[in-house]
Design a protein around this ligand. Structure first.
Ligand code: GTP
Ligand code: MG
Length: 337
C-alpha cells in the first residue's frame, strides 16, 4: 500500500516552473522601493545622531538579508554605548526623538523578547522596527544573505513560501503562526537535506567569520563564492522543490520527535534539546532551532490550534501543486482568517 508521504509529484510539475519564476521576479523589490528605503535610513540616521553621535546604524532582517519583498518592513539595529541606561530607557528616549522629528505611529515595545521601537515613515509609508545592540540579528542576517548566494533556488523558493504564508495568513507570530525568518530557516534546512544536497551546512565548515554576540560566538564559513557549484548536481526545478517543501511539512515531518536545525544541517530530536515539554509560554509543538541562539525555538508560539491550521495549509499547498489546473494562482489565493 502506498502511504501518502510516498507519493511522487505529478509528471508535468516542471511545466509550472516558468509561472512560478515570473511570480518570484514580480515579488522582488523595485529600484524605487530600494531608494525610498535608503531615504528612510538617511533621515533616521540624522535623527539618531543628534542624540547619540556615536551610534552606528545596521540594517537587519529582510532589507539586508536579500529575502526582502516590496511588502517587507525595514528592520534597523542601533549599535551604541548605553552606559548606565537600560535598553528600555534608551528606547523610550528614542521614541521621543522620533516623534519630535515627525515619524508616525511611534511606539516603544519594551516588554518583547527583543525590545524595539516601531514606527512608520510618513514619506514612504514603510513600517520600521528599531532595536538596540542586537548583534544576533546582525549575525543571522549575514548568515541568510550568505546562504542565498550559494544557489539561486533558495531565494526563489523562500520568496514563494513567504508570499504564500502572507497570502494564507500564516505569517503572524502574534497569532501563533510563524515569522518570515522561521520560514526562511525552514527553506534552508530543506535544501540542506535534498539528495544530492542543494545547500551545505556553513556552521559545520571551517569558521572564516566570527562575531561575538553577548558572549556567544556566531561563527561559520562565509567564503561562499567558493561554493557556487555546490548544488549543481541536483537538477530539481523550482516547482518540484516547492511541492516537495510543502509535502515534507504536510506528511513527512515528525512533529512529535524532531527539531530542524540549520546549524547542523539536519534534524535533531526534541529529547536532545530538552524541548519535550512546555516551559512557560514555549510549547515546542513545531520546533525550529535558531542557528546562533540555540536555546531559542522559532516555533515556540505555535499552539494546538495553530499547528492544526499550519498543517492544513501545508496539505492544501501540496495538493494544489499536485492536482490543481492552475496551481500558480490557486496556491496563493488570499485567505483572511
Ligand atoms: P519580512 O519583514 O516579512 O520580509 O521578513 P524578515 O526576514 O525581515 O523577518 P522579520 O521581520 O520577521 O524578522 C526580522 C529579523 O529579526 C530576522 O530576519 C532575524 O534576523 C531577527 N530575528 C531573530 N529572532 C527572531 C525571532 O524570534 N522572530 C523574528 N520574527 N525575527 C527574529
Ligand atoms: Mg522584516
Amino acid at each position: 500500500r502506498t502511504r501518502r508521504w510516498q507519493v511522487e509529484c505529478r509528471p508535468d510539475i516542471d511545466s509550472f516552473t516558468p509561472g512560478l519564476l515570473a511570480l518570484y521576479e514580480s515579488l522582488k523589490p523595485s529600484e524605487e522601493h530600494n531608494s525610498k528605503q535608503k531615504q528612510l535610513v538617511d533621515s533616521l540616521t540624522k535623527s539618531v545622531s543628534k542624540e547619540w553621535p556615536n551610534a552606528q546604524l545596521h540594517l537587519y532582517g529582510s532589507c539586508a538579508n536579500s529575502f526582502g519583498t516590496s511588502h517587507s518592513d525595514v528592520d534597523v539595529c542601533l549599535e551604541m554605548e548605553t552606559d548606565t541606561e537600560s535598553t528600555a530607557e534608551v528606547l523610550l528616549k528614542l521614541a521621543d526623538v522620533l516623534r519630535a522629528d515627525n515619524f508616525n505611529n511611534v511606539e516603544a515595545i519594551t516588554s518583547a523578547r527583543v525590545p524595539i521601537v516601531r514606527m512608520s515613515d510618513p514619506g514612504s509609508g514603510f513600517s520600521c522596527d528599531i532595536c538596540i545592540n542586537n548583534l544576533f540579528a546582525v549575525a543571522n542576517t549575514k548568515l541568510l544573505k550568505d546562504y542565498a548566494q550559494i544557489d539561486q533556488r533558495l531565494l526563489q523558493l523562500a520568496f514563494l513560501v513567504k508570499h504564500w504564508a502572507k497570502q494564507r495568513s500564516v505569517n503572524e507570530t502574534y497569532r501563533g503562526t510563524l515569522s518570515s525568518y522561521a520560514y526562511v530557516l525552514m527553506c534552508i534546512n530543506f535544501l540542506q537535506l535534498r539528495e544530492p544536497k542543494i545547500l551545505p551546512c556553513l556552521q559545520a565548515m571551517e569558521h572564516t567569520y566570527t562575531l561575538n554576540a553577548d558572549g556567544t560566538e556566531c561563527a561559520y564559513f562565509d567564503k561562499v563564492h567558493e561554493l557556487q557549484d555546490f548544488g549543481a548536481e541536483n537538477k530539481e526545478s523550482l516547482a518540484e522543490l516547492l511541492w516537495a517543501f510543502f509535502h515534507y511539512w504536510a506528511f513527512h515531518h515528525d512533529y512529535r520527535r524532531d527539531v530542524i536545525s540549520v546549524r547542523i544541517g539536519n534534524k535533531i530530536s526534541k529529547q536532545e534539546k530538552n524541548w519535550t515539554t512546555r516551559v512557560g509560554n514555549d510549547r515546542h509543538l513545531m520546533c525550529i532551532e535558531d542557528p546562533f541562539e540555540t536555546g531559542h525555538d522559532l516555533g515556540r508560539g505555535v499552539d494546538r490550534q495553530t499547528i492544526r491550521i499550519l498543517r492544513e495549509e501545508f496539505e492544501r499547498a501540496a495538493s494544489v501543486l499536485q492536482y490543481d489546473d492552475d496551481p500558480c494562482v490557486t496556491l496563493f489565493e488570499r485567505y483572511d482568517c
